[in-house]
Ligand binder design. Sequence first.
Ligand code: ATP
Ligand code: MG
Length: 567
Amino acid sequence: MEQIPGLSSLASAYQGHMAEKRKFQAIKGTRDLLPPETELWNRVEQTAREVFGTFGFGEIRLPIIENIDLFARSIGSETDIVGKEMFSFEEYGFTALDTFRRNIITLNLVGPEPRFGFFNPQLHVDRFLEALSFSVQKGEIAKTPEVLSALENVTELRDHLTAELQKEKPDREEVRVYWSAIQQRAKNVHLGDQICLRPEATASVCRAYIQQNMQALAQPVKLYYMGPMFRRERPQKGRYRQFYQIGAEVLEAITPNTDATKTIGKDAAVDAEVIEMVMAYFARLGLEGVQLDINSIGHSAPDCRRGYVEKLKAALEKVKDKLGADSQRRIETNPLRVLDSKLESEQEIIAGLPRIGDHLCADCAKHYAEVKRQLELRGVAYRENWRLVRGLDYYMRTTFEITARGLGSQNAVCGGGRYDGLVELLGGAPTKGIGFAIGEDRVILSLQEARKEVASGEWLVASGKSACDVYVAWMGKTAEATAIRAARDLRAAGFRVELPPVEQKFGKALGQADKLGARYALILGEDEVASGEWTVKTLADGTQGKVRGEGLVAYLRRNLSEREVKQ
Ligand code: ATP
Ligand code: MG
């Protein structure tokens, strides 16, 4: 078998490490979720499925990796998320080529003490060129003009470098220049697509809507999703690098030639229903201190948001000196985001800035008024917050945010809004959209904060679920077969059953049952098996009863439901 270069040294390094017993840690900003906490996660997710289902939403399961351009285009390359928080990598299967390229990139000829006397940098370049042209010939890499010119360029630079190195006294500066040009060129060769871990899912839902031709379905299309998202943020309470969102989107293809002013009422009702749905979900979960903030950010037109942003910018210029560095920068890049500022010293200044509500065009103002009326019809309490913005162009009209108790400064549990331009921006037909994303980690934190017992697992008992319903304590060979059968029948009936793999003295078994928080212990010794009268012990009060094997399931069901009635 051919040796894989580097592998044997890797193997011996590994053996060396074994002696140290390396302890692996979860990657920064990610965490393990364990039982019983995961029961709570499941409940939060299951409740979303139930509530969203009653509003006619179906689940969409999306890939976790996407082409990076999808987010660059939708979220925008100016934002923090795309600018610095994405986990990305180049996707291709040419490992040799990648190794050769990395050799070039990491070989430092431009440091203060270049070591080019000792080895032959052209060799790396030749290997890279060879592998690259081989891949192009085989069709593994598209023969694009960029790739061809890179091949030509790097070859040329390699020749210059060789010529220089062959001189009796090579000019160090010349060598450095050629080398960094080669490095740059090699780095920029497009070997495959840039892939990233998704930082959010709205763009993916829109991509899927277009790709799966969902405009051909009955409109609107109502979808929900749940799953992990990834952002390279500074980890802290309620902020992680892998976090979980539960979100929903309503997408509706715009019928050509419809009068946009005629659908304002309908759109507003859709917005209100989406908000009503999240609020109903949070109520069902028992989330405490839920506060809904709403705003309208108009639409991107000179007589609406764009005009407002101009006025805002002018007003900000006047007070620039009193603002912090972040806000000063945002005056140019994204003035709306200044309104987001939590900086104490800026609050008074912001309070005096022009408000978008006073600058909405007639249609947007009408839409906003209608959303509020619709929310009132649905009995959804809201607070208007003129400072609530989304700094992205495709967002329009309705924006909302929901906060909850017990989360400190990371208290936003849901953000949402209308984004009628997004599907078109991603290459689809004109389509309306509204949706939201819930931060599941924060919802869980808030629920745990409100009910401390959750962490200790008592929540399971309180909610009628225990980690173990029946502990089967058995002793003796004949009892073993009976115990196995009893466990099988109980599990088939839906009970959570613990069956010790080897026999235990009854005292020890009951101790174990207690530790697990079991509700009942089924005691099976030789006597019980012989007489067919099994002993069932209720662990909470220590009472015991005799049951015949075939009546066990019915007995436990009756008992459990009686307990529930009492509670
Ligand atoms: P924040 O202001 O808290 O940074 P955001 O505006 O970046 O939130 P969105 O992109 O609107 O958040 O995502 C919706 C929700 O997802 C947020 O309200 C929050 O609950 C949650 N969320 C966002 N980023 C994180 C994270 N890094 N860790 C945990 N939850 C997050
Ligand atoms: Mg954020």
